[in-house]
Design a protein around this ligand. Structure first.
Ligand code: SAM
Length: 145
């Protein structure tokens, strides 16, 4: 993502742990894009709420959600406020290894993704497409009001 940014563009990435970002940092540096990546360590819901408190609603072009499944709905709502009208939210793992259509799969993560999929289907604030590739990738484009 960072390599494809237009001049002046920035990636802001959230993680609760610095374990993976610390590894990634080496590769961002090798790719020459480290200066374009702003890492925020902490619970992503807090980080995103902090961005809203800083007045950054409607300022992001794109959000990619790929963290703890139980909080996907919160990340979606916060991202929806942060992206501009016409901006895109992408949610990974929305088929959850096929478990979303298995009635016997009632664990909290599967249930959270299943409920989110139903919610997104009827959410008139966005246009959606669930791509049946990899583990399921949902594209949600924020409508202009
Ligand atoms: C599947 S990995 C993401 C991988 C990354 N998108 C990539 O493609 O390399 C999930 C990440 O979510 C992070 N995570 C889990 N709970 C979180 C939370 N509450 N807030 C922020 N990050 C969280 C984990 O530390 C982990 O790095």
């Amino acid at each position: 993502m960072a390599r494809r940014l237009p001049h002046g563009g920035q990636v802001l990435t959230c993680d609760i742990s610095d374990k993976w970002p610390a590894i990634a940092q080496e590769y961002w540096t090798k790719a020459g894009v480290a200066a374009r990546i702003d890492v925020r360590i902490g619970n992503a819901a807090d980080t995103l709420a902090g961005l809203l408190a800083e007045g950054r609603a409607d300022t992001f072009d794109f959000a990619f959600v790929d963290a703890d499944k139980g909080n996907y709905r919160r990340y979606y709502e916060l991202s929806l406020e942060l992206v501009r009208p016409g901006g895109l939210i992408v949610l990974d793992n929305t088929l959850f290894f096929g478990r979303v259509i298995d009635p016997e799969a009632q664990d909290p993560d599967t249930s959270a993704i299943r409920e989110l999929n139903l919610f997104l289907r009827d959410d008139h604030r966005v246009e959606i497409s669930l791509l049946p590739m990899a583990d399921g990738i949902t594209l949600a484009r924020k409508k202009s009001t």
